[in-house]
Design a protein around this ligand. Structure first.
Ligand code: SF4
Length: 477
């Protein structure tokens, strides 16, 4: 679930812009909420609509079409979208010809109910139906409501080259899997994004080749569960067992895909997100060790440090198995940074189980974390079968304890860089000072240093001299 929440703040709720295609006259205002997968999907949508005569605009008032790509992971994410719809409604009074569409997980969850609940909405499109957008827009032009929320067994958008929205020209996302088969009891993703399927490695490598030719320097391979990647000629992961012997023998797993990408593009950095503990193989860790250009950072959501809570969450691994995986990562990749997702106050969580979460955090000492109090999501197994019985005040207190501990560990991990040289890929000018660059090291820590004659997209060695809780400060080594 980690990828559901790591979208960069700056990209949330802003109109996303791309280079304009000559001859396009219609104007598209498009926004993306939620995870990096959503942002990448938004880029796919902009690419499909660019072929339909749309260029992006940052002015809501002049848009012919407004699209919002939505997230359902928490109630708050859905409330944010509802507020945006109110804003669109106000603008539609000035520009009545403007059409409004809702994309993504919330569209999939609410389906045509959306049209009843939000009168402003003209079209509702689920995550696997974006290629149907031209037909749906024709329906809307003909004065009919348009809904397509059919989930696919095959769709990976492997044949669409996404346009890069609000790009820094340095880092880009490439999606490699869609959907998730894990059925964690608290999660809506299996219902909104469907069953797990992988994209043809040829089309993945082609997209990377294209990005490298355009001078991109860092590629993040994306999926709800990247470690579960398995290409055997197409189709759902769950059907692999029925594949032919030839398909099985020539199948490509995530470690092999990483190896292929890192070997072919040695000057390009690779990251990946999100990993699920039960699917992360030793082969992946060894492949990371083999290639310097695979960043030494793993986002490894655990959600709870208690085996009994993990069982209720249907996480398919125990506390001990997770610790063994951490031991292997630390042994094979001693310089690797780690981040977590944690849920405080899941159904039935006792004080002892909460203490298990804190003690697991002490064991791992994560660099970063994404921490939330449990909030029930409609339609999930937890909502149907379990009681959301931890008092809100208790959830909040436990969450604060988790956040406080993460702060201590994050600060400790940052201090370990002081006095060391780190390689930084320059992403742009620091938000706080025009005289400084910002970029990240392999471990995903943000590094700030004074500008010299470097350029955006350069790799530079930086001597770390100081740090704040979230940033390393240094100078050219
Ligand atoms: S079902 Fe579990 S593994 Fe899959 S996206 Fe949700 S939290 Fe992540």
């Amino acid at each position: 679930m980690g990828s559901e929440k790591v979208i960069e703040e700056k990209k949330q709720g802003q109109a996303l812009l791309t280079d304009h295609k000559q001859g396009n006259h219609k104007k598209l205002f498009i926004e993306s909420y939620g995870c990096q997968m959503n942002l990448n999907d938004t880029e796919i949508v902009a690419s499909i609509l660019s072929e339909e005569g749309y260029n992006t605009t940052h002015l809501l008032e002049e848009a012919d079409l407004v699209l919002v790509n939505t997230c359902s992971i928490r109630e708050k994410a859905e409330q944010t979208v509802r507020k945006r719809l109110e804003k669109y409604n106000a603008v539609k009074k000035i520009n009545p010809a403007m059409k409004v569409g809702v994309l993504g997980c919330m569209a999939e969850r609410l389906k045509s109910k959306f049209l009843e609940e939000e009168k402003i909405v003209d079209l509702v499109v689920g995550p696997d139906a974006y290629k149907d957008l031209p037909n749906l827009l024709a329906e809307v032009s003909a004065g009919r409501d348009a809904v397509n929320v059919i989930l696919s067994k095959e769709e990976t958008y492997g044949d669409i080259s996404p346009v890069r929205l609000n790009s820094n020209g340095v880092s880009a996302f490439v999606s490699i899997t869609r959907g998730c088969d894990n059925m964690c009891t608290f999660c809506v993703v299996p219902f909104t994004r469907g069953r797990e399927r992988s994209r043809d490695p040829k089309s993945i490598l082609e997209e990377v080749r294209d990005l490298v030719a355009k001078n991109y320097k860092e590629i993040t391979l994306l999926g709800q569960n990247v470690d579960s990647y398995l290409w055997y000629g197409g189709g759902l992961k769950k059907d692999f067992k029925n594949a032919s012997e030839i398909a099985k023998a020539t199948a490509v797993d995530f470690a092999q895909l990483l190896d292929l990408a890192a070997t072919e593009f040695q000057k390009t950095r690779f990251r990946f997100s999100t990993s699920n503990p039960q699917d992360m193989s030793l082969d992946v860790i060894h492949t990371m060790a083999k290639h310097e250009n695979i960043c030494k950072y793993i986002h490894l959501p655990v959600q709870s440090g208690s085996t009994t809570v993990l069982e209720r969450m249907n996480r398919q691994h125990t506390r001990e198995e997770y610790m063994e995986l951490i031991d292997n990562i630390k042994k094979i990749l001693p310089e690797c940074s780690l981040s977590q997702d944690m849920i405080a106050g899941f159904c039935g969580e006792t004080e002892e189980e909460h203490q298990d979460t804190l003690s697991l955090m002490e064991y791992v000492q994560y660099d970063f974390g994404f921490m939330f109090a449990y909030s029930e999501r409609p339609g999930t197994p937890a909502e149907k079968r379990m009681e959301d019985d931890v008092q809100l005040a208790v959830k909040k207190r436990r969450l604060n304890e988790i956040i406080q501990l993460q702060r201590e560990h994050g600060a400790y991990r940052m201090e370990q860089f002081i006095g060391k040289n780190v390689e930084v890929l320059i992403e742009g000018t620091s938000k706080k000072s025009d005289a400084h660059w910002k970029g990240r090291n392999s471990q995903n820590a943000m590094v700030i240093f004074p500008k010299g004659d470097e350029q955006i997209g350069d790799f530079v060695d930086i001597l770390v001299e100081d740090c704040t809780s979230a940033t390393l400060l240094g100078k050219r080594a």
